[in-house]
Design a protein around this ligand. Structure first.
Ligand code: COA
Length: 321
């Protein structure tokens, strides 16, 4: 018995911000951004929240799967940018969509969050605790980006993606690989709130994203291919058996570097970061939804999902669509 994705959904804020628009705010250019990252634009919240975007994506995933919110048993939201410390975004989504029978909680593993949430749902379902789950990755990173830092503000975007999964006897998830390395947390970090305690005597914290771009770049290109190979070995499959690699959409050059290391055809690595930028935990389910809706995903296809990011965290999932 395993777990299979039965429906997908996504939601993006209406407002789109082009590279040219950013070039009027910081010292950069459309040419520099496209050449170094592949990103041409991103969607930015003008008020949409993590819970609101996640709820829209979840409703689409449920409709795609032909299910009702009341049938959902487990509701997970992966996010590193929730508006509120509590209640968690998943509880807010539960209320918005009327998933009153679900257990709901958040999970934060930054850009690997969706993948780790999918694994969590897989563990609950294969353990026989629940029969199905609704899993969203949702981010409003524009709240935590330093809009004066040209090396980071050009990278990120807002949005949400979701999948509905359920217990299945055929197809679905074949293998999982997950890794964390907390000793390298400083490579990509962001404080979540200033400490207001009168007893606290530490330094004030940086509340925007800080990143060592080169370190993250080489980490991803080195570790993701290894994780993918590990996942494929567990699944008893070869790189050549995989029809699509749905990777976290951080940077076109990172994805191309991973493809090269795997000796895989770049055509098998679909990308939508041109339009969305890096939406962290939302990027994999947003891309999955796009591929599902444009007919690129066919039942029986072998697919690899892979996420990587702050923590550091990274992993891969091999599945049959
Ligand atoms: N526009 C123009 N110039 C920029 C710029 C921008 N938006 N951002 C940085 N620069 C400048 C730097 O200031 C530096 O100038 P200097 O040589 O005068 O000091 C120069 O470009 C080179 O900077 P560097 O950081 O070495 O560039 P890079 O080739 O490594 O590209 C990134 C920078 C951020 C695009 C790249 O490192 C990257 O994509 N890293 C991965 C980031 C990522 O994906 N993070 C999320 C992972 S989940």
């Amino acid at each position: 018995m395993t777990v299979r994705i039965m429906g997908t959904g996504s939601a993006l804020p209406e407002r789109q911000v082009t590279n040219e628009e950013l070039a009027r705010m910081v010292d950069t250019s459309d040419e520099w951004i496209r050449e170094r990252t592949g990103i041409g634009g991103r969607h930015v919240s003008t008020g949409e929240t993590v819970a609101e975007l996640a709820a829209r994506a979840c409703m689409e995933a449920l409709t795609d799967a032909g299910k009702e919110a009341g049938q959902v048993e487990l509701l997970l939201v992966a996010t590193c940018s929730p508006e509120d410390a509590t209640p968690c975004a998943a509880c807010q989504v539960q209320d918005r969509i009327g998933a009153g029978n679900a257990l709901a909680f958040d999970l934060n593993a930054a850009c690997s969050g969706f993948l780790f949430a999918l694994h969590t749902a897989w563990a609950y379902i294969t353990a026989g605790i629940y029969n199905n789950a609704l899993i969203a990755g949702s981010e409003v990173l524009s709240k935590i980006v330093d809009w004066e830092d040209r090396s980071t503000c050009i990278l990120f975007g807002d949005g949400a993606g979701a999948v509905y999964v359920e217990k299945s006897e055929d197809g679905g998830i074949i293998s999982f690989v997950q890794h964390s390395d907390g000793s390298r947390g400083d490579v990509l970090s962001c404080g979540s709130r200033q400490i207001r305690s009168p007893y606290f005597s530490g330094d004030s914290r940086k509340m925007e994203i800080r990143m060592d771009g080169r370190e993250i770049f080489s980490f991803a290109v080195r570790q993701v291919p290894k994780a993918v190979e590990e996942g494929l070995e567990k699944a008893g499959l070869a790189v050549s058996d995989v029809e699509l690699f749905v990777l976290h959409q951080a940077n076109k050059r990172i994805i191309e570097g991973i493809a090269r290391r795997l000796s895989a055809d770049c055509e098998k690595f679909p990308m939508n970061l041109q339009k969305t930028g890096n939406t962290s935990s939302a990027s994999i389910p947003i891309l999955l939804d796009e591929l599902n809706r444009n007919g690129s995903l066919k039942r029986g296809m072998k697919i690899v999902l892979s996420g990587f990011g702050a923590g550091l965290t990274w992993g891969a999932c091999v599945l049959e669509w």
